[in-house]
Design a binder for this molecule. Structure first.
Ligand code: COA
Length: 166
């Protein structure tokens, strides 16, 4: 049987990357040969961090993970997946409430590119409630976020929020 290398794409906004995203990435490197964590830059969201800042944080926090590439893209996720030779799109599924949106996206993506399959990964239960907005809100209100994000992200959040206060 041919030894086929499986490339997975984990797209997202990553504004900023949290321990929940990293938990998914760690699970992915145990299953797939390569993982591309890619920031979708055409999101409707108004990010706190620009793309370069988010790329920098992603690179720093995934530095120890084998087989991980960090990138950004514009346009359709499936087109980017095709360009990168990714056969799989990975998305995290934290709670039942995520399911409807993920089903919609996975179905649309399948319609656009049937050869690209979506895999929904469950993060550790301790991150089920976590999202980037929650982290930003807690940080903005002066609360501790070190249990939600790596130290480098915590530091960048503090710097960014301090700069915004002026
Ligand atoms: N741990 C912690 N937080 C998680 C998480 C996890 N495991 N999984 C998701 N989240 C959070 C994110 O932090 C984010 O929080 P926020 O809304 O507070 O910022 C939220 O859940 C969902 O965001 P994310 O996973 O980043 O996805 P998204 O909805 O921002 O991005 C894209 C979705 C970018 C993948 C999608 O819009 C896309 O593919 N865009 C490209 C254009 C395209 O192809 N469109 C057609 C798609 S069918």
């Amino acid at each position: 049987m041919a030894n086929k290398s499986v490339v997975a794409l984990y797209p997202g906004t990553f504004d900023p990357v949290t321990y929940g995203h990293l938990d998914i990435a760690e699970r992915c490197v145990r299953v797939f040969d390569r993982l591309i964590m890619a920031i979708a830059v055409n999101s409707d969201k108004q990010p706190l961090f620009d793309v370069e800042e988010r790329l920098g944080m992603l690179r720093e926090v995934t530095g120890e993970l084998p087989g991980v590439e960090v990138d950004s893209f514009e346009g359709l996720t499936v087109e980017y997946a095709r360009r990168k030779g990714a056969q799989v799109i990975v998305r995290g599924l934290r709670a039942v409430s995520d399911f409807e949106e993920e089903l919609k996206m996975a179905s649309a993506n399948r319609k656009l590119a049937d050869e690209v399959n979506t895999v929904l990964m469950l993060p550790s239960e301790k991150y089920f409630y976590l999202n980037s907005s929650l982290v930003k809100e807690i940080a903005r209100l002066g609360g501790p976020v070190d249990c939600f994000v790596p130290a480098v992200v915590n530091a960048r959040l503090r710097e960014k929020l301090a700069a915004r206060a002026y």
